[in-house]
Design a protein around this ligand. Structure first.
Ligand SMILES: NC(=O)c1ccc[n+]([C@@H]2O[C@H](COP(=O)([O-])OP(=O)(O)OC[C@H]3O[C@@H](n4cnc5c(N)ncnc54)[C@H](O)[C@@H]3O)[C@@H](O)[C@H]2O)c1
Ligand SMILES: [Zn+2]
Ligand SMILES: [Zn+2]
Length: 366
């Protein structure tokens, strides 16, 4: 099959047409990918932020049509439209039993580029090819577990719905699932990319009344306003915690979401929250980033909180239909998030746009 291959970090991806993909095994589904969004987590593997190990097909924000199913698969049949989730949970482990889907132990493939057992269904010229960031959606076909391919209504536009897979599951989920933001809350979102804008949309759905967005790119701040931000801050010219204090009557926000992944941004989120407030770390920075809590006693005595967040603590089977229903009801806007559409062959241009902060989300036609 045809796909975009990352062969070495800090090199452009190459389009090849000789990737081999297995037939689905028991409990697996093979999907013909129609569209795949470009996320910063893909870019972080290309630009060397995340360590890179072997030839990889990136892409983890995809939708398509079921091509073949393995033994025992009951929730989809060939021909069904599906939205794919990059972190399919098992619904059976210690954490899933407690509804803590972000910690599912059988969904760890995101860091290894393989299934949990270390296997990859992809190869090229007899050598293994990894399925990057849990999926490998920048290729004509993917294989995933049954819980990774969520059946959607036949009239679902896949070129729009694909962004649910990562950006919207992550951003809206961070608000509704991870943080449980209540109605009337005050919220800060640092970083207005696809993830940050989805957090803004989630905050609106939750009924937050103050939604402050900080981003150095003016166009992104304007976009954030259109998606529901009540106030915007340029972190290159303003002191974010100071402005947040002013905007919240000297209290600080109830919740701050980092959608950047840089240590200093996380620290500024923490000190933008009120006493007892919660910071949610959604951005995924390089392993060189550090967060300093100085003095820690101030964090202790003010009862602040700090949370991690993987894919919005989502369970695709619960959340993808829920997010599509919110979209159909006009509560979240997916179309306006997609600011560029390109063929798969223009993947390197899509990464260049993301690096330069041009537009918001690019969706590739696979
Ligand atoms: N936790 C998860 O499960 C998860 C899921 C998806 C993506 N991510 C991570 O989320 C982050 C955002 O992804 P994205 O696709 O939205 O990226 P993006 O590149 O589209 O957006 C990042 C935004 O951050 C802004 N920014 C940069 N420096 C900033 C600063 N100092 N203060 C405020 N804003 C700043 C940029 O201008 C840009 O608008 C990435 O680190 C990505 O890897 C995490
Ligand atoms: Zn992503
Ligand atoms: Zn599990």
């Amino acid at each position: 099959m045809r796909g975009a291959l990352l062969e070495a970090s800090e090199k452009p991806l190459v389009i090849v047409d000789d990737i081999d993909i297995e037939d689905p095994r028991a409990g697996e589904v093979r999907v013909s990918v129609s569209h795949c969004g470009v996320c910063h987590s893909d870019l972080s593997l290309v630009n060397g932020t995340f360590p890179f190990v072997a030839p990889t097909v990136l892409g983890h924000e995809a939708a398509g049509v079921v091509d073949a199913i393995g033994a025992g698969v009951t929730s989809v049949v060939p021909g069904d439209k599906v939205v794919l989730t990059p972190i399919p949970v098992c619904n059976a482990c210690y954490w899933c039993a407690r509804g803590e889907y972000g910690c599912c132990v059988n969904a760890v493939s995101i860091s290894t580029g393989t299934f949990v057992d270390g296997r990859t269904p992809l190869s090229r010229q007899g050598l293994p090819v990894l399925r990057g960031v849990g999926l490998g959606g920048f290729a004509e076909y993917v294989i995933t577990t049954e819980t990774g391919a969520i059946k959607v209504a036949p009239d679902t536009p896949l070129d729009v719905a694909c962004v649910i897979g990562c950006a919207v599951q992550t951003g809206v989920g961070a608000v509704l699932n991870t943080a449980h933001v209540p109605e009337g809350a005050t919220v800060l979102v640092a970083g207005a990319g696809g993830i940050g804008i989805s957090i803004v949309q989630g905050a609106r759905v939750a009924g937050a009344t103050t939604i402050i967005v900080s981003d150095p790119v003016a166009e992104r701040r304007e976009m954030a306003r259109r998606f529901g931000a009540t106030d915007v801050i340029d972190p290159t010219s303003d002191d974010v915690p100071g402005v947040v204090q002013q905007l919240t009557g000297g209290i600080g926000v109830d919740f701050a979401f980092d959608a950047v992944g840089a240590g200093p941004v996380i620290e500024s989120c923490i000190w933008s929250t009120r006493n007892g407030g919660t910071t949610v770390m959604v951005g995924a920075g390089g392993i060189d980033q550090t967060v300093t809590l100085a003095p820690p006693v101030l964090f202790t005595l003010t009862e602040r909180k700090l949370m991690g967040c993987l894919l919005g603590s989502s369970n695709g089977r619960r959340d993808i239909p829920r997010l599509l229903a919110l979209w159909r009801g006009g509560r979240i806007d997916l179309e306006s998030m997609i600011t560029a559409r390109r063929p798969l062959a223009e993947i390197n241009e899509a990464f260049a746009d993301m690096t330069a902060g041009i537009g918001l989300r690019t969706v590739l036609t696979v």
